[in-house]
Design a protein around this ligand. Structure first.
Ligand code: MN
Length: 186
């Protein structure tokens, strides 16, 4: 960690073994964690286009959460921090002028460089469907795609198997976190 790391916005990717297994991709923006549920997880392979469905903003402290959300609560199931780190906003307009990151998200296309324990390099989040559930248009939907940069993976699948993936914080699998919580509960 260099001194700059404390100034850069954070990101976290949690694996959430809820009713449906998914990854939660979260970027710190203006004091909250902007969040997307990514069913198949982020991929380091630029040929993978990963569906990312916006979910509610989370408080910054949630980036450290790893454990079991009790049965009966919203999102019940086990969570591990699969990756964590900082990011550098890269969004710019067609003239190459930098666009504030929150503005780029509002416009539906944001690019950023991840400095994670696992994920590295440029990624883009692009909105392809503007949701309007009341009018039957469905949920807002985005794609999370790795840029074709020098850090891209091309010769193998770019996403982890959530059942075998390990926490970037504690090295534990979902199974181990679940078992540890059961131990405490008796
Ligand atoms: Mn979740």
């Amino acid at each position: 960690m260099d001194a700059d790391d404390t100034l850069r916005p954070r990101f976290v990717v949690q694996i959430h073994d809820a009713r449906r297994m998914h990854f939660d991709f979260r970027l710190e923006v203006d004091g909250v964690l902007k969040s997307w549920a990514v069913p198949r997880g982020p991929s380091e392979n630029p040929s993978d286009r990963r569906l990312a469905v916006p979910t509610e903003d989370h408080p910054l402290e949630y980036r450290e959460f790893e454990g079991v959300i009790p049965h009966g609560e919203y999102g019940s199931g086990t969570v591990i921090v699969w990756d964590q780190g900082t990011y550098r906003p890269l969004s710019h307009d067609r003239q190459g002028v930098a666009v504030p990151f929150d503005e780029s998200l509002a416009l539906g296309h944001a690019t950023f460089w991840l400095h994670g324990a696992k994920l590295h390099g440029e990624f883009a989040l692009t909105r392809f469907r503007v949701g309007d559930e009341e009018n039957g248009v469905g949920q807002e939907a985005w794609l999370l795609i790795k840029a074709n940069d020098r850090l891209a993976v091309r010769d193998r699948p770019g996403s982890p198997d959530p059942y075998h993936a390990r926490s970037a914080r504690t090295g534990r699998t979902l199974h181990q976190v679940t078992a540890a919580a059961r131990g405490v509960d008796g």
